[in-house]
Write a protein that binds this ligand. Structure first.
Ligand code: SF4
Length: 191
């Protein structure tokens, strides 16, 4: 989506409603811990940039999410990273949000990190609990778990999209990018 179409205050509800599990999971951790580690900030920060958040709104979003630190510390330690994602610092590259294959193939999260793809990096029992918590029916949960076990992570995510968007009558292309998932979900709302 074009930059400037989403404001900081809209991010959380849009993510919870339309984002794939990887990003909802990062959003949950951010709310819970008022912090995200470096790789999570990159994965999630570029995703919300792709949603249409301008750099100023992004700075506002991260500042209020990191509510346990002073403004001074935020400016010193984190504002640079946010501006960097937008190509305003360092190498001045206007970075793109990560694709699924990049997220799945990148360095896996340690026990204290939350980046990555849930279909690839969650333990089977965590993934199962998360899907059940989202009110996905038993049969569908089993199908998604099987696809993940068979290493068809993006197909598991595509299945997740299908069962959580039953109003979608067209067949979704396989999910290859978190922002593709988001835009497809959002467009169903706008129909
Ligand atoms: Fe996110 Fe892609 Fe994994 Fe889906 S398949 S959860 S969009 S990384």
């Amino acid at each position: 989506a074009a930059s400037g179409t989403v404001t900081a205050s809209q991010v959380d509800s849009l993510v919870q409603r339309h984002a794939p599990l990887c990003m909802r999971s990062l959003c949950d951790s951010l709310k819970l811990d008022h912090h995200l580690k470096h790789d999570g900030r990159l994965q999630y920060g570029l995703f919300i940039k792709g949603m249409g958040l301008s750099v100023d709104e992004a700075l506002m979003y991260w500042k209020s999410a990191f509510s346990n630190i002073t403004l001074d510390k935020f400016q010193k330690d984190y504002a640079y990273n946010v501006r960097y994602n937008y190509g305003l610092e360092g190498k001045r590259t206007n970075y793109s949000p990560y694709s699924c294959s990049k997220i799945i193939g990148n360095n896996p999260p340690s026990a204290t990190e939350n980046h990555g793809c849930p279909f690839r990096h969650f333990s089977p029992s965590n993934l199962e609990a998360r899907l059940l918590r989202d009110n996905i029916g038993r049969t569908h949960v089993d199908q998604i778990l099987q696809l993940s076990r068979d290493r068809h992570y993006q197909l598991a995510c595509t299945k997740h999209f299908e069962v959580t968007h039953p109003q979608d009558k067209t067949r979704q292309d396989p999910i290859e990018h978190p922002n593709q998932y988001y835009e497809a979900s959002k467009s169903l709302d706008e129909e």
